[in-house]
Design a protein around this ligand. Structure first.
Ligand code: ADP
Ligand code: MG
Length: 643
C-alpha cells in the first residue's frame, strides 16, 4: 500500500504560508508590493489589532479582471513572469505567485477589484483557503484586499505573534520605508485610533523624507550621490572582479544615492539602516559591511548610523529569488556593489565635513589629499596616521593627541566643585597631589569581586578614566559608565517607590516622531509619565515635552525620549513591565551621566567612587559594559617579578 500522498491544495498553501507570511508585517508587505506592482499611485492601509485582526490595503492600480481575480489564488499564479528566463530580469516586486494563496490560506480574506477593461468589479471571499463566495460588484478601478483574523486556523502560528504594538511598529516601519522609496506616490496608514502616516506626492526623496521623518531627522542626514558607475571605471582597481567576457559593460552601469547620518548620530543597532535595490527593500550583509567600511574611524565600533541607500542596477545583475519573502538578494558582481556603496557613502561623508577634522598629520594629509581623487587613497592615509584608532568623534571634541600626551594623568584639580553633583565629602588627604597612598591609612582590603569603599582617586586619564588605588591594587574606572550605573539604580529605586520626580521645562520641547515612534509613544505613555516625562501630542507628527526626569538636562530631553521609543520599538520581544522600566532607566542614566572628556576635581571623583561602592552592581553598566578595571597588588608584584 502506498504511504506517500500529494497534500491537498489548502494544506500545501498553509505550509507555503509559513514561508511567505510569518506575521502581519509580512502580509502588509506582500499586499503593498502587489499594489506598487499594479502601478498604484495611491495606497491606503488600515490596520486593527496590530494587523492581527485586520489589514486592509486599497489601491488605485490596474485592478484585475474577473478571471484573473479567480486565478490569482492558484499557487504560482502570477502575471509578472512567464518562464525561467524571465527570472533573470524581474522588474516587479513580486514574481513568485505565492502571496495571495498563502495569505488567503491562513485568514478570512476579501478581495474586491475591477480592471479598467470591465464594467463591473469582482468580489471574492475566501476563508482558510476555501472559496466561500464570488460575485459581481460595483467597484471603482483598482483593488481592495482585506485580511482578517490572521492565523485564525493555525493557532500555533498565532501564538508566536508579538504584541500588537510590536506588530504595528513593524507595519509602520515597512510602510514608511516604501513611502520613502516612492516619493511620487500617496501613502496612508491608519490604525483604529489614529493616523500613523499620510503623505501626498513629493517632488523628490528629500521632500518625502521631510514629510515622513520631519525636519529634525533630515537635519541629521547627509544626502549622497547620485553616483553613476560602470564596470569599466574600475579597470585600474585591482580588487574588483573583471567583467565577464561577453557581458556588455554598459549593462553594468549602476546608480546609487541616498541619505546617511552625520557622525554625531549613533545608534546602538542596525534598525535604521535601510537598503533598497531597484526600490525593493532588501537585507544584505555585503551592503552592511560596505556601510561599516564607509564609517570606519568615523563611528566608534559597536555604533551604527542611520542610512537610506537606494541602489539601481540592471535587473539581470540582481538575483531576487533567494528567499520566499524576497528580502534577500544576491548580486552578480558583489564586490563591485560593495565598493560602490562604500566609496559613494564615504565620499558623501567626507564632502559634508571639513577634512581637517580627520586625525591625520596635517602636511601629509593636505598635500596628498588634493591629489587623491579616489577614496581608497584617503582611507589609506587615514590608516597611516599615527592615531588610527581615534575616531573622528574624539578628535572633534579635542584636538588630535600627539603620541606623547596620549596617556596623561591629570592630578585632581585642587579647587572644590561648583557643580551640584557631588555632596561635600571630607577634604582630600594630606598628600597635595593626591598621588601618594599610605597603606596604613587604608582599611582592610575588600572581598574580591566587590567594589571597595576606600579608594583614593589619583587622577584622570584623558579626562575620561579615573585612576584610583587602595591597598588591594590599582583601579581604573570609566567615569561615564560608573555614573550611569549609579543613576540607573537610583532611577529604578525611585520608580519602584512611586513616580520619578520630573522637572518642568522652561519651554516645552517640540519633537518630531517617526510613525513607528508614534506607535510606541501611544503604548508606553503611562509608564513615561511615571518616569518623570510629561509629553502631549502636538500636531500630527510632533509631541511637546513639558516635563523631563530631573537628572536630565533640558536640551537632552527630546533626544532621550526618542532613544527610549526606539529602544522599546526595536525590541521584538514583548517587554515585561520590569524590562520596560529597566530600558527607560538605562536611557535616562546614559543621558544624565557625566560624559567622557570631562575634567573632574577630587571631590567629584571621591563622590563618584563612594557612590559606586554603594551600588548593587558596581562592576557593569546597565548595558553590560565593564565599569572597573583592577590590577591587584599581586598582579603588579608578579609583573615586576617580585613574586
Ligand atoms: P506575485 O505578486 O508574485 O505575482 P501574488 O500572489 O502576490 O503573486 O499575486 C498574484 C497576481 O495577482 C499578481 O501577479 C497580479 O497579477 C495579481 N494582483 C495581486 N494583487 C494585485 C493588485 N493589488 N492589483 C492588481 N493585481 C494584483
Ligand atoms: Mg505579490
Amino acid at each position: 500500500m502506498s504511504v506517500i500522498r500529494i497534500l491537498p491544495e489548502p494544506v500545501a498553501n498553509q505550509i507555503a504560508a509559513g514561508e511567505v507570511v510569518d506575521r502581519p508585517g509580512s502580509v502588509a508587505k506582500e499586499l503593498l508590493e502587489n499594489s506598487l506592482d499594479a502601478g498604484a499611485l495611491d495606497v491606503d492601509i488600515d490596520v486593527e489589532g496590530g494587523g492581527k485582526r485586520l489589514i486592509r490595503v486599497v489601491d488605485d492600480g490596474c485592478g484585475m479582471t474577473h478571471d484573473d481575480a479567480l486565478l490569482a489564488f492558484e499557487r504560482h499564479a502570477t502575471s509578472k513572469i512567464r518562464n525561467a528566463d524571465d527570472l533573470m530580469g524581474v522588474r516587479t516586486l513580486g514574481f513568485r505567485g505565492e502571496a495571495l494563496p498563502s495569505i488567503a490560506a491562513v485568514s478570512r480574506f476579501i478581495l474586491e477589484t475591477r480592471h479598467a477593461s470591465e464594467n463591473s468589479g469582482t468580489r471574492l471571499e475566501i476563508s482558510g483557503g476555501r472559496l466561500r463566495d464570488v460575485k459581481e460588484t460595483a467597484y471603482a478601478a483598482g483593488t481592495s484586499v482585506e485580511v482578517r483574523d490572521l492565523f485564525f486556523n493555525t493557532p500555533a502560528r498565532r501564538k508566536f505573534l508579538k504584541s500588537e504594538t510590536t506588530e504595528l511598529g513593524h507595519i509602520a516601519s515597512l510602510v514608511t520605508h516604501y513611502a520613502l522609496a516612492h516619493p511620487e506616490k500617496t501613502f496612508r496608514l491608519a490604525s483604529l485610533t489614529y493616523e500613523i502616516l499620510n503623505v501626498s506626492p513629493a517632488a523628490n526623496h528629500r521632500e518625502r523624507l521631510y514629510q515622513v521623518m520631519g525636519g529634525q531627522t533630515l537635519d541629521q542626514l547627509i544626502e549622497f550621490g547620485p553616483v553613476d558607475r560602470r564596470m569599466t571605471q574600475l579597470a585600474d582597481a585591482t580588487t574588483h572582479e573583471e567583467p565577464e567576457p561577453g557581458v556588455a559593460t554598459e549593462a553594468l552601469a549602476a546608480r546609487i544615492y541616498g541619505f546617511v547620518s552625520r557622525p554625531e548620530v549613533q545608534r546602538l543597532n542596525r534598525n535604521q539602516i535601510y537598503f533598497f535595490v531597484n526600490r525593493r527593500l532588501a537585507r544584505d550583509r555585503l551592503v552592511l559591511h560596505a556601510l561599516g567600511e564607509a564609517y570606519r574611524n568615523i563611528l566608534p565600533s559597536g555604533m551604527f548610523p542611520v542610512a537610506l541607500i537606494f541602489l539601481e542596477l540592471p535587473p539581470s545583475e540582481v538575483d531576487v529569488n533567494v528567499h520566499p519573502a524576497k528580502t534577500e538578494v544576491r548580486f552578480r558582481h558583489s564586490s563591485f556593489v560593495h565598493d560602490l556603496v562604500r566609496d559613494s557613502i564615504r565620499q558623501g561623508l567626507l564632502a559634508a565635513r571639513p577634512v581637517p577634522a580627520f586625525p591625520m598629520p596635517r602636511e601629509r594629509a593636505c598635500g596628498a589629499m588634493e591629489r587623491a581623487e579616489d577614496m581608497e587613497t584617503r582611507q589609506e592615509l587615514a590608516e597611516d596616521a599615527p592615531t588610527p584608532t581615534k575616531s573622528i568623534y574624539k578628535s572633534r571634541a579635542r584636538p588630535p593627541n600627539t603620541a606623547e600626551d596620549s596617556f596623561r594623568l591629570i592630578p585632581p584639580a585642587p579647587e572644590p566643585s561648583t557643580a551640584p553633583l557631588p555632596p561635600p565629602s571630607p577634604p582630600a588627604s594630606e598628600s597635595p597631589s593626591g598621588l601618594m597612598i599610605s597603606p596604613s591609612a587604608s582599611p582592610p582590603s575588600s572581598p574580591p569581586g566587590e567594589f571597595p569603599s576606600n579608594l583614593q582617586p589619583l587622577g584622570q586619564i584623558e579626562e575620561s578614566f579615573i585612576v584610583a588605588a587602595n591597598a588591594d591594587g590599582l583601579w581604573i574606572i570609566d567615569q561615564h559608565v560608573a555614573h550611569e550605573r549609579i543613576l540607573f539604580e537610583r532611577h529604578l529605586q525611585q520608580r519602584s517607590g512611586a513616580r520619578v520626580e520630573g522637572q518642568r521645562l522652561l519651554l516645552p520641547i517640540v519633537t518630531e516622531l517617526r510613525p513607528e515612534q508614534q506607535v510606541v509613544f501611544q503604548e508606553i505613555g503611562q509608564e513615561l509619565t511615571a518616569n518623570g516625562f510629561e509629553a502631549e501630542p502636538f500636531g500630527q507628527r510632533t509631541i511637546a515635552i513639558k516635563t523631563a526626569p530631573a537628572d536630565v538636562r533640558a536640551e537632552d530631553a527630546g533626544k532621550l525620549l526618542l532613544e527610549i521609543l526606539d529602544g522599546v520599538g526595536a525590541d521584538t520581544r514583548r517587554l515585561s513591565l520590569a524590562e520596560l522600566r529597566g530600558k527607560i532607566a538605562a536611557s535616562v542614566a546614559c543621558h544624565a551621566a557625566i560624559k567622557v572628556h570631562t575634567p573632574l576635581d577630587e571631590n567629584k571623583m571621591r563622590w563618584l567612587l563612594e557612590a559606586l561602592s554603594r551600588a548593587a552592581c558596581p562592576m557593569t553598566c546597565p548595558h553590560g559594559r565593564p565599569v572597573v578595571l583592577k590590577y591587584s597588588l599581586k598582579e603588579i608584584q608578579k609583573a615586576f617579578k617580585r613574586i
